[in-house]
Write a protein that binds this ligand. Structure first.
Ligand SMILES: *Cc1c(COP(=O)(O)O)cnc(C)c1O
Length: 412
């Protein structure tokens, strides 16, 4: 059992895996192909009877080293990495669900996840979107063919916090797979394993990598779900401990067959970035808390969405489940102020999509990332035309406050 702290574990994880040439970091292995010592070896590796490398679409030493770190972060049994967070989400459900199955999802979703769930419906997988801030709404949507429940921890852009613990209890009682996208909280602030999640998904492109220089995604098996009760596991993968069956199928169908593998170079960048995850999380969450309180007191702002403010509907839940309220917030300007003028006046804050970067980022969401979904679905998600999403970085807080203050002055 690992008894070391979060950061110590991450920093020393590569050394535990066998050091190559004294290298402090796991080297970046670019070889796509791996030689085997004998035909007995190659047969055993391909049949999964012996650990080893087959082909880099399925397994690569640099990626495996990162997967071990993610296991430590999420206190998981096994992790499978993908080329992006979206690849991880798509691969998970395309590997585990089939036509006629039903998925219950939070209605408050990352825009591209919402989009891919719409696509699943073209293939006969039904998806019901519910307000997952209350587990009763999830319970009411369950059907005999429901196979899984999917939620994000803190939703983007309006920061709704799912009823994580009660949904976990519900899924356990009904024998349902519970999949939690932990991207917005990250594994230091919150481990979905603690509320009964079966699989935990992370976009590594955000806080875990942290520097906006690599895309990646992961799925972690945390050992809470009994896969022997899941009807869609292929016979060939029902070998060994049932705890592993789900991730084996995701690895084979989602990674080997669908092919969205993480590159070794991206795995290296993400791995280095993850060493400072806790330091960065401390900095961004402190900045975000101070800024949210500052915005809430400003006369130009009508609403601040941030789960660390006492007026937030899930403030108590946030305090009881997470170490901190995160670094994402949204603000709404009063009608007398012009959102585009405000954004164009920002000097330090960067106008861009993405979140979880070291730099502070801003985006007018209705006009950009949520434009395609249309006004009706935006209204359901609580997104107004004047909503500005902010991802707070690690800059010095005085500089951030000065930047927002001068931009608000110019928005009049
Ligand atoms: C960014 C994000 C994703 C997708 O991750 P990519 O690595 O950009 O594909 C999924 N879920 C959430 C909550 C995200 O913020």
């Amino acid at each position: 059992m690992n008894t070391k702290g979060f950061t110590t574990s991450i920093l020393h994880s590569d050394r535990a895996g066998g050091i190559e040439h004294g290298s402090l970091h796991k080297p970046v292995h670019f070889s796509t192909t791996f030689e085997h010592a004998s035909s007995a070896d190659i047969a055993a590796v391909f049949q999964g009877k012996q650990a080893g490398y087959t082909y880099a679409r399925q397994i690569n030493p640099t990626v495996v080293a990162l997967e071990k770190k993610l296991n430590l972060m999420e206190d998981g049994l096994a992790t499978c990495c993908f080329a992006s967070g979206m690849a991880a989400i798509s691969a998970t459900f395309l590997s585990l669900l089939k036509a006629g199955d039903h998925l219950v999802s939070s209605a408050f979703l990352f825009g591209n996840t919402n989009s891919v769930f719409q696509t699943f419906q073209n293939f006969g997988i039904e998806v019901t979107f519910v307000d997952a801030t209350d587990a009763a709404n999830v319970a009411a949507a369950l059907r005999p063919n429901t196979r899984a429940v999917f939620v994000e921890t803190i939703a983007n852009p309006c920061t709704q916090v799912a009823d994580l613990a009660a949904i976990g209890t519900l899924c356990a009682a009904r024998g349902l797979l519970y999949v939690v996208d932990n991207t917005l909280t990250g594994p230091w602030s919150f481990r979905p394993k603690a509320v009964g999640a079966g699989l935990v998904i992370n976009s590594l492109s955000k806080h875990i990598g942290g520097h906006a220089n690599a895309l990646g995604g992961s799925v972690t098996e945390v050992g809470n779900f009994d896969w022997s009760t899941f009807p869609n596991i292929i016979e060939a993968y029902k070998t060994g401990n049932p705890q592993n069956w789900g991730l084996v199928q995701i690895r084979k169908k989602g990674l080997r067959d669908q092919g969205a593998c993480l590159s070794p170079e991206a795995a290296h960048h993400i791995s280095i970035g993850s060493e400072t995850l806790v330091l960065r999380q401390r900095a961004v969450s402190s900045n975000a808390q101070q800024l949210a309180e500052w915005f809430a007191a400003r006369p130009e702002i009508s609403r601040v969405y941030f789960p660390g403010l006492p007026g937030h509907p899930q403030y108590e839940r946030t305090r009881s489940l997470f170490r901190h309220a995160g670094s994402l917030m949204s603000i709404e300007l009063k009608p007398a102020y012009d959102v585009f003028r405000f954004l164009d006046a920002l000097e330090l804050t960067i106008l861009t999509t993405n979140l979880g970067d070291n730099r502070t980022l801003a985006i007018p969401v209705a006009h950009t990332i949520y434009a395609e979904m249309g006004a009706a679905r935006r209204a359901e998600m609580g997104i107004a035309d004047g909503t500005v999403r902010l991802s707070i970085g690690i800059e010095d807080i005085e500089d951030l406050i000065a930047d927002f203050a001068q931009a608000l002055d110019k928005a009049r």
